[in-house]
Ligand binder design. Structure first.
Ligand SMILES: Nc1ncnc2c1ncn2[C@@H]1O[C@H](COP(=O)(O)OP(=O)(O)OP(=O)(O)O)[C@@H](O)[C@H]1O
Ligand SMILES: [Mg+2]
Length: 237
């Protein structure tokens, strides 16, 4: 399979500080790729650069071989790349269903089938389609954020710490949903503090440390690696 996304020599500076320093990575079509790293390593900055929210200083971001660096966030969503942002960011004063429809704001075709698709993945959202998003539980808000991203019919969905702050059972269901949508052909680029679970479902994994990629391999390889075990999996050698 080919790479849906390639990042070449990407650097991002904020006021002279290098948040991302000359990184290169690839996301193969149809796979789950994870990016793990400590707080402040630059993970969100990478996803925000791909989404067009952050402007990198140098490098290339290729979507199916075409450079998307410099395109507006809307243009990037239109090309099939969506971000589920860190911290969910649902619109608290809109209902569940209104939030979902906003996910499809760039589409002009009918949404009914896609709403039903999202509701089939998340029956809880269907039950609560009338409820104001701000009154949902944390786990429900995360489901809504993922559902909203799916409403744009992405080819590549990027998720920034979808399990943060959620109870173990809800985390499990979020990971199951990630595998389900991936099984339906959507490529996933996942950032996780929960390195253990992320590496278990990832085909490919990259480790980001202070803005640089220090290790890459299959999820299984990194799970078995002593340095990773000690630094990210909370296990001693
Ligand atoms: N808009 C910004 N302006 C200035 N500095 C920024 C900006 N965005 C990110 N940074 C800095 O860039 C570095 C990387 O931040 P980033 O949010 O990408 O880290 P992260 O790996 O996602 O961390 P976390 O796990 O805590 O979410 C941090 O030092 C952060 O303070
Ligand atoms: Mg982050």
């Amino acid at each position: 399979m080919s790479n849906i996304l390639e990042i070449k020599n990407l650097s991002v500076n904020f006021g002279g500080i290098k948040a991302v320093n000359d990184i290169s990575m690839a996301v193969e079509e149809g796979k789950i790729v994870t990016l793990i790293g400590a707080n402040g390593a630059g993970k969100s900055t990478v996803l925000r650069s791909i989404s067009g929210i952050v402007k990198p200083q140098s490098g290339e971001i290729l979507l199916n071989g075409q450079n998307i660096l410099g395109l507006s966030p809307d243009a990037i969503v239109s090309r099939g790349v969506t971000l589920v942002p860190e911290g969910r960011r649902v619109f608290p004063n809109l209902t569940v269903q209104e939030n979902l429809k906003i996910g499809a704001y760039l589409r002009k075709d009918k949404l009914d089938a896609d709403l039903e698709y999202v509701y089939s993945l998340f029956p809880r959202l269907k039950e609560r389609h009338w409820q104001l998003a701000g009154t949902l539980s944390g786990g429900e808000q995360q489901m809504l954020a993922v559902g909203r991203a799916l409403m744009s019919k992405p080819k590549l969905v990027m998720m920034d710490e979808p399990s943060l702050g959620l109870a173990p059972l809800v985390v499990k269901s979020i990971f199951e949903i990630i595998e389900t949508i991936n099984g339906e052909g959507i490529t996933v680029l996942l950032i996780e503090q929960n390195a253990n679970m992320a590496l278990r479902i990832a085909d490919t994994a990259y480790v980001l440390e202070t803005g640089a990629i220090t290790m890459a391999g299959t999820g299984a390889e990194l799970l078995a690696n002593d340095t990773i075990k000690e630094a990210y999996l909370g296990k001693s050698k």
